[in-house]
Design a protein around this ligand. Structure first.
Ligand code: SAM
Length: 338
């Protein structure tokens, strides 16, 4: 029995690393699909993973003969679900990428009706015993039984949740890619609702966490979120401008993780350039030699050029990740050891 794990596209290697910590193996992007990992881990093995949203017991992978509703239902209703029967409530959830001649709720209803007929199982949309999950990627359908109900990424109740807030899974991925571990000092430089700082405080008890935002409303909200997550006492929150950190924070930081604005509300792209440039100047001073910065940058070409213009910084790695439909550059930057 293989498990399919859903993750944030671009962070599949973080899932593999977390699985490897527990002695399990995985395959990133089965069939080439971003945001999926297949693993040999058992159900107990995935408990508490911080890099995934959902876990699904894989039942079948089929190619739909055509993308109309009838042929989709005919193909998918043939997948056996031996756990279904008159005593077992169920629901169907469909996640669709690509063009189909139907919407997800159409397939949920039609496949649900076909399974009622086949197994006489009652539908319970609120609290089903069995959650049948179908992931459609164009003509490929991955069919399984979803084990998780609320996403594992929902770890605490966000009292303050601005639209640009990251998912906790993404925050975990950024911290892992920065190499955060053991003891040291970490800065979340544009903390917003505090997702990165809170994740760090929960996962790395030996790390001292500082979180700054120039917006007092954001800092107040992040403090409330940290309290809801049970780590308020572990994070030093500060209203500060990430362009003027030298002198505000003691130098010698081990890690900085930065999720600056994407620029949609900043106006001209020149403003974003100035923000990246001035923040990088700060990072080059307050990081210790060998210290690492992970930067999420909407304008990745511009961010790469700015890093290359600064001799104290070196770009070690660049990738593109998908965050809520936006493609964003993830830069791993090191302060050079002189
Ligand atoms: C993309 S949001 C960060 C979201 C955050 N990672 C979260 O999960 O909620 C960017 C944040 O940067 C803050 N910001 C913008 N310019 C700043 C600056 N110069 N210094 C510090 N914070 C700044 C904004 O107030 C906003 O909260």
């Amino acid at each position: 029995m293989a498990l399919l794990l859903t993750a944030d596209p671009g962070f599949e290697d973080v899932v593999l690393a977390e699985l490897a910590d527990r002695g399990y193996r995985g395959e990133a992007r089965p069939y080439g699909y971003a945001g999926l990992v297949r693993t040999d881990a058992d159900v107990a093995g995935i408990e508490g993973l911080r890099s995934i949203h959902h876990a699904v017991v894989e039942r079948a992978s089929c190619l739909l003969p055509s993308t109309d509703l009838d042929s989709a239902v005919r193909t998918l209703a043939g997948v056996p679900f031996p756990e279904l029967g008159p005593e077992t409530t169920f629901a169907v959830r469909v996640h669709r990428r690509g063009d189909h001649g139907f919407k997800s709720p159409d397939l949920e209803r039609a496949l649900g009706a076909a399974l009622v007929e086949r197994y006489q199982a009652p539908v319970d949309l609120e609290n089903p015993r069995v959650l049948v999950r179908v992931d459609l990627f164009e003509a490929r359908a991955l069919v399984g039984v979803q084990l998780t109900r609320a996403p594992l990424s929902r770890r605490y109740r966000k009292v303050y949740a601005p639209p640009a807030a990251l998912k906790t899974t993404v925050a975990y991925g950024l911290l892992r890619l920065a190499g955060v571990r053991g003891e040291g000092r970490l800065l979340d430089a544009f903390t917003g609702s505090g997702t990165i700082a809170i994740e760090a405080a929960q996962v790395f008890p030996g790390v001292r966490v500082v979180a700054v935002d120039k917006n007092p409303r954001a800092v107040a909200g992040a403090v409330d979120n940290a309290a809801a997550a049970g780590v308020a006492g572990r994070i030093h929150f500060l209203v500060a401008d990430a362009r003027k950190l030298i002198g505000q924070l003691p130098p010698g930081l081990d890690w900085i993780v930065a999720n600056p604005p994407y620029g949609r509300r900043l106006g001209r792209s020149e403003d974003l350039r100035a923000l990246y440039a001035r923040f990088l100047d700060q990072a080059a001073v307050i990081l210790k030699p060998g210290g690492r910065l992970v930067l999420l940058a909407k304008r990745r070409g511009m961010a790469v050029r700015l890093v290359r213009e600064r001799p104290a910084l070196r770009l070690r790695h660049l990738r593109v990740v998908e965050l809520g439909g936006l493609y964003v550059g993830l830069l791993l930057i090191e302060r050079v050891r002189s």
